[in-house]
Design a protein around this ligand. Structure first.
Ligand SMILES: [Zn+2]
Length: 444
């Protein structure tokens, strides 16, 4: 009986997967007319050395040539954009967000409208993210329709939407409020752990069956598992993507050996447990937010799980840092394939776009090179999601890129110095987006 239900849900998924792959191929109105961008340092996104004094040509929304300035030829009549002194990197890809719930005056399933989904995707795009995947928390039918409409070019430029439904034991899994909007028993995300004793655990016989059926249908399984025994068990069972760090304990040799053998993708979601950027009075974190949201976070001083606050660090913060510093490099050196995932949107105040940059900076702080951090935010997550035309600045790829005023290979925090963002060769009107958000914030 259980097997039949699981099988039925995979039949639904097969059709979702094919729609998702169409989404990967095409989305919105291409920009026409060739443009030569020259003079910038070009970070390809695949880990190769940057092209200093580089150039690239964009035609019909795609990159048609890339190389050194002077060695790249553009069609006669091409427009020219001088990017001397700038650095260009591919738009980022975030594999783990929760789209649709944040309403800035409220948070919940009632906010999950196509307009609000688009708003969140625009907020990601504003900060240089070209695609996001909402994980396990979105209503399936609405999301399929949204993807179709986005592919058909019905929306203004925004990050491309990907999503996956989720699977959990009866009464388990996502928070009650997320369950309001999701359809039961349709998933490739599994919530394995008991969320600090507040939800039932998923048993091995269930996740073994889920992973088995998913793989028969060539689908990936994302596993939410935050204890060492649970991560070991799901990696051993063949989970493809781990979400979260192991919390509260150091990794052991048995697990590291397992990682070497299985090499799962891994979305760290470190920022979710960090002090929010808006506590630092840094305009980067607050410029797109309603003032009221910023002041609410700043006025919140008591520590509650998931709730952003600017209070004193929690007593277990030093222990958390110690375990992060121990586990992070060992995960990487054992073969876990790091990808950008932030959990943005899971709770009010964990806001879209800025969390991506925060996560990159945390990785580098924990010992990753900036070049590797950029790979983990661009080409690798694009590969994970099967987005064949994103994640690198290379011939044939969609012209989705970020122009920076400083070099992130020297200091990863320079990803925040955004001069402009292009999606499908079209420059976002970031000033207009910001003006709209400010106006909306002022009327609250
Ligand atoms: Zn999540």
């Amino acid at each position: 009986m259980r097997r039949l239900k699981v099988l039925a849900c995979w039949l639904v998924f097969t059709s979702i997967a094919s729609i998702a792959s169409i989404a990967a191929r095409s989305q919105s109105r291409p920009a026409s007319g060739a443009v030569l961008y020259e003079g910038a340092r070009v970070i390809i996104g695949d880990g190769s050395a940057p092209v200093e004094d580089g150039a690239f040509v964009v035609q019909n929304g795609r990159i048609s040539a890339v190389g050194r300035k002077g060695a790249v030829t553009a069609p006669a009549g091409s427009a020219r954009v001088d990017l001397t002194g700038k650095t260009v990197m591919p738009a980022m890809v975030n594999v783990h967000v929760h789209i649709g719930y944040e309403g800035y005056t409220s948070w919940g399933a009632e906010n999950h409208t196509p307009q609000n989904v688009l708003d969140h995707l625009q907020r990601e795009a504003f900060y240089g993210v070209g695609a996001t995947q909402s994980v396990g928390s979105s209503p399936t039918d609405q999301m399929i329709q949204f993807q179709k409409d986005q592919q058909a070019g019905k929306f203004s430029p925004a990050a491309r939407l990907f999503f996956m439904p989720g699977m959990a034991p009866p009464g388990g899994g996502p928070d009650a409020v997320l369950r309001v909007a999701t359809t039961a028993l349709r998933s490739v995300k599994i919530w394995v752990d008991d969320r600090r004793g507040t939800y039932p655990k998923m048993t091995p016989e269930v996740y073994d069956a889920v992973i088995d059926e998913a793989h028969k249908h060539r689908m990936l399984v994302n596993a939410h598992a935050t204890t060492l025994p649970d991560q070991k068990a799901v990696v051993r069972a063949g989970a493809d993507v781990l979400v979260h760090m192991v919390q509260g304990e150091k990794l052991d040799d048995e697990y590291l050996a397992l990682l070497k053998e299985k090499k799962p993708y891994w979305a760290t979601v470190i920022g979710l447990g960090d002090r929010p950027g808006v506590c630092e009075n840094d305009p980067f974190f607050e410029e797109a937010l309603p003032a009221k949201v910023v002041s609410t976070i700043r006025a919140t001083v008591e520590a509650r799980p998931l709730s952003p606050s600017c209070g004193p660090p929690s007593p277990n913060a030093p222990r958390r840092e110690e375990i992060l510093a121990y586990n992070f490099p060992r995960m990487i050196s054992s073969g876990a394939r790091l990808v950008l995932g932030t959990d943005t949107g899971i709770h009010s105040g964990h806001t879209f776009g800025t969390g991506d940059h925060h996560e990159l900076a945390r990785w580098v702080q924990l010992g990753l090179s900036p070049a590797d951090a950029i790979v983990a935010a661009t080409s690798r997550p694009a590969g994970l999601l099967g987005i064949t035309d994103m994640g690198a600045l290379a011939v044939g790829k969609s012209a989705d890129f970020v122009v920076l005023n400083a070099n992130p290979l020297e200091n990863i925090r320079n990803t925040r110095k955004i001069a402009s963002v292009y999606l499908r060769g079209t420059k976002l009107d970031r000033d207009a987006m910001l003006a709209r958000w400010k106006q909306a914030g002022a009327s609250q």
